[in-house]
Design a binder for this molecule. Structure first.
Ligand SMILES: [Zn+2]
Length: 368
């Protein structure tokens, strides 16, 4: 069986937040908005005015910073007590994941308003759980994806550029991973093997990032919203989101998701870890033309995503620790086994070492 899943509707544009009332009104009554205090300060007036225009009284809850089961249950209690019909999750990946869980557990409709484009959480049906200390506690796949994704590119462009660039790292790996998983017909989290639609979206994601990523970064550094920014935001959020969920993952995410075991990398964002995971995957792949590999590495270097151990703060990690890490990456059920060929811990260490060398050499060439 093949399977693909989508969000119900995706809307993106400059200044779209000013229309949030109209869009949320179409989803249900009495919205409950989850946001962090700093976002409430920055965007609260715009959101309130838009809801007021539609004659909607909304409730809100402050996000405390971690996607815990307790935080989701507290929202479910509010939704039930207040009779809210729509859960609106606003902010980054963790607030979004919490809102998705609360909607799924309560039966409310779900609207997601990402304020950064650093990862592909917004469109997926997935919640990654943490405890109060921020330690990983597993994940849930809900029965449905969010009903509506509302992306205001003006808000995204105002956030620090590092978020958009990290999102490009996460997005760029989508096609190499989906393509690897397809080679083995690995079942994706959508629940089936890959549709040609998912593969085409993943490939479009890859091409869009490579073509427009540098221009988009330069524009956002200056706070500008250009066609390149619009395309990259769509790739980071929509194409990457559907692409990973319905295309499948491989070595790039297996590495990124296991990197918390190497404490030196703690300050890095998910998409930055995926970028080095992608470097590693390119050095494990057996059939990629070298020109294509160089194109990806040069792009990562051009936008400032990590391609070396030094950039990953891993230059002092011994070979023994790398091997121990590689063993944890390649356990049973790991995404590294989605490749068409066997991947061993030794392969992973060699690929990481080769990736570091490749990143350094291409950087020295000054490419581009
Ligand atoms: Zn990711």
């Amino acid at each position: 069986m093949k399977a693909i899943c989508f969000p119900g509707r995706y809307c993106q544009g400059k200044g779209l937040l000013r229309q949030i009332g109209k869009w949320v009104a179409g989803c249900g009554k009495k919205p409950l908005v989850l946001w962090e205090p700093f976002l409430k300060d920055a965007l609260g007036a715009t959101v309130s005015a838009s809801f007021q225009e539609q004659g909607i009284a909304f409730r809100d809850a402050l996000f405390k910073g971690e996607t815990t089961r307790a935080a989701a249950q507290a929202l479910v209690a509010t939704i039930k007590a207040e009779g809210c019909g729509v859960m609106v999750g606003m902010g980054g990946g963790k607030a979004i994941d919490t809102a998705k869980a609360a909607a799924a557990l309560s039966g409310a409709r779900c609207v997601i308003v990402p304020t950064i484009a650093s990862n592909d959480a917004p469109t997926s049906a997935c919640t990654v759980w943490y405890n109060d200390a921020g330690e990983y506690e597993g994940f849930d796949m809900w029965r449905f994806n969010p009903d509506l994704i509302l992306v205001d590119t003006e808000v995204i462009a105002r956030a620090p550029v590092r978020f958009l660039v990290a999102g490009m790292g996460d997005a760029l790996a989508t096609w190499p991973e989906a393509n690897a998983a397809y080679g083995r017909r690995a079942v994706s989290t959508a629940g089936g093997t890959q549709t040609v639609t998912a593969l085409a979206m993943a490939r479009l994601c890859f091409d869009t990032i490579l073509q427009h990523g540098v221009e988009a970064k330069e524009a956002v550094v200056r706070g500008a919203v250009t066609p390149a920014v619009e395309k990259v935001v769509e790739a980071n959020i929509l194409l990457s989101g559907v692409g990973w969920e319905s295309g499948g993952l491989a070595t790039a995410h297996a590495i990124a998701n296991s990197l918390p075991a190497i404490h030196e990398t703690h300050g890095l964002m998910h998409g930055e870890k995926v970028a080095f995971g992608l470097m590693t995957q390119l050095c494990i792949e057996q059939d990629w033309p070298v020109d294509e590999v160089y194109r990806v590495v040069d792009f990562l270097n051009a936008v400032g995503l990590p391609t070396t151990f030094a950039a990953m703060k891993m230059q002092d990690v011994s070979k023994e620790r790398l091997l121990e890490f590689a063993r944890s990456v390649s356990g049973e059920g790991s995404f590294v086994h989605n490749h068409a060929f066997p991947v061993t811990p030794e392969n992973i260490v060699d690929a990481m070492v080769a990736a570091d060398s490749l990143g350094q050499r291409r950087m020295k060439r000054g490419c581009p």
